[in-house]
Design a protein around this ligand. Structure first.
Ligand code: FAD
Length: 412
């Protein structure tokens, strides 16, 4: 049985980053990846629309401290500064009035102030939003469309710990393609799921259908969803503290439903943000015509995202097309062409988009970040502190874990 210092499970941003640090510190490692490609939730395709489209991460958040940002510049990627802010808000099929837009903008500041001041035992974001009478649009934007969860499933403490992600940049060539390019020099064993990590003897043994690998330490970078479904299990089981943390870091979901829209711009400009706020019904967000492409990118998040992914791509594209017709008239239908739906909820090796702590359980992230038995370590977007849920955060988390592992191993 081959033996290395560290077996890294997963070749997403966290696993690739950890491998680069271990290589630089002279440690031996193997990266084992279930999928037939690297990148994980960072994945750009060009087959759907004939241009790069990010199925997973798309915005380079917090560009002033995002290590991918200078690399994108150096690689000559086309970058567009795009901080979220609602350019267009519709209530059902009517545009918000100027007064309503102003109230929504003001409510944004109110929500931020209420978050900063919140001290009570109540930890559900929905309660805070009720208290400060914010317009629902703000919470939809911040909750479902950003955190990937409904307000009653978001912990105020967890939400507050998430850093302000401005400035944000969008790339024409694709964030997933950038991460693929950055990670391409890391040797990875693809199409090889680790089924179980044994730690009942010295070190660890990673069991895969292709055989077992012994290592001093395992670094686990798979999503909490994968561990909840026991697509990666442990023997003996992890301590209760860690099992509870994994289940308290529920996977949220964000689903993209891009459709081509040609021959019209509907009075919208490239990169406009449009939210359709539909009281008592499902909300929908559009990123309009990015880079002036003939593309309206619909987004749904939270519970409705799980429902629409279960309903399938045809239902999702119908939903988006019907809402466009509600807003702009049925003539819009003849401009709509091909559409797709991303399906991270159905993806066995992620089981959702990114993790959000249950109300009352914000400390789960810190618990899961503690190594088990000095030989099972965790990293990834769920443990990325202020940059939680982001690709940059996953990378920084992988780098930090690899540095800590290297320091904990016997000196070279
Ligand atoms: C729809 C969507 C939109 C997003 N938008 C943005 C955005 O705009 N900006 C941003 O910064 N972030 C965004 N994110 C989040 C970002 O993509 C993730 O936070 C980041 O890519 C996660 O990296 P990771 O290394 O933690 O996990 P992953 O990328 O999930 O990597 C883990 C790897 O482990 C593999 N794996 C799983 N189980 C096993 C196993 N048993 N054995 C071996 N390998 C296994 C997986 O296949 C995967 O490759 C978005 C995510 C989604 C889904």
């Amino acid at each position: 049985m081959e033996e290395v210092d560290v077996v890294i499970i997963g070749a997403g941003a966290a696993g690739l980053a950890a491998a680069k640090v271990l290589r630089a510190t002279g440690r031996s490692f193997r990266v084992i990846e279930a999928m037939d490609r690297i990148g994980g939730r960072a994945w750009t395709t060009s087959t759907d629309f004939g241009v790069p489209f990010d199925i997973g991460c798309a915005w380079l958040h917090a560009a002033d401290r995002n290590p991918f940002f200078p690399e994108a510049q150096a690689a000559g990627w086309t970058l567009y500064h795009h901080d979220m802010g609602l350019d267009h808000l519709w209530f059902g099929n009517r545009p918000a009035s100027a007064d309503e837009m102003a109230r929504m903008q003001a409510a944004d500041a109110t929500l931020n102030a209420a978050l900063a001041a919140h001290a009570g035992a109540e930890d559900r974001l929905s309660a805070l939003i009720g208290d400060c009478h914010c317009l629902r649009a703000n919470s939809t934007f911040a909750g479902q469309m950003d955190f990937g969860a409904d307000d009653d499933e978001i912990s105020i403490a967890d939400f507050r710990n998430a850093a302000d992600l401005d400035p944000n940049y969008f790339t024409k060539e694709g964030f997933g393609a950038l991460i693929h390019r950055w990670g391409a020099d890391v040797p990875v064993t693809l199409s090889t799921p680790v089924r179980r990590i044994r730690w009942d003897g010295p070190g660890v043994v990673a069991e895969t259908p292709a055989g077992s690998l012994r290592a001093k330490v395992a670094l686990v970078t798979v999503s909490t969803g994968v561990m909840q479904f026991e697509d990666l299990s442990f023997f003996p089981a992890l301590p209760d503290s860690h099992l509870a943390a994994i289940f308290d870091l529920q996977m949220g979901l964000l689903t993209k439903i891009p459709v081509t829209l040609s021959g019209t711009r509907l009075g919208l400009r490239a990169f406009d943000d449009l939210l359709i706020e539909r009281p008592a019904r499902h909300d929908l967000f559009f990123l309009c015509f990015p880079f002036d492409l003939d593309l309206m990118v619909g987004f749904v998040g939270g519970d409705f995202a799980w429902e629409i992914e279960a309903a399938g791509p045809a239902a999702a594209v119908d939903f988006v097309t019907d809402r466009l017709a509600d807003l702009f008239g049925s003539d819009v239908r003849r401009h709509v062409g091909h559409g797709i739906m991303t399906n991270w909820g159905g993806e066995r090796w992620t089981r959702g988009a990114y993790a959000a702590a249950r109300p009352g359980r914000a400390e789960a992230r810190a618990v899961l970040a503690r190594p088990v038995g000095d030989r099972i370590w965790f990293a990834g977007e769920a443990l990325a502190q202020g940059l939680m849920q982001t690709a940059a955060g996953a990378r920084l988390s992988g780098e930090a874990a690899a540095r800590a592992i290297s320091a904990a191993l016997p000196a070279l």
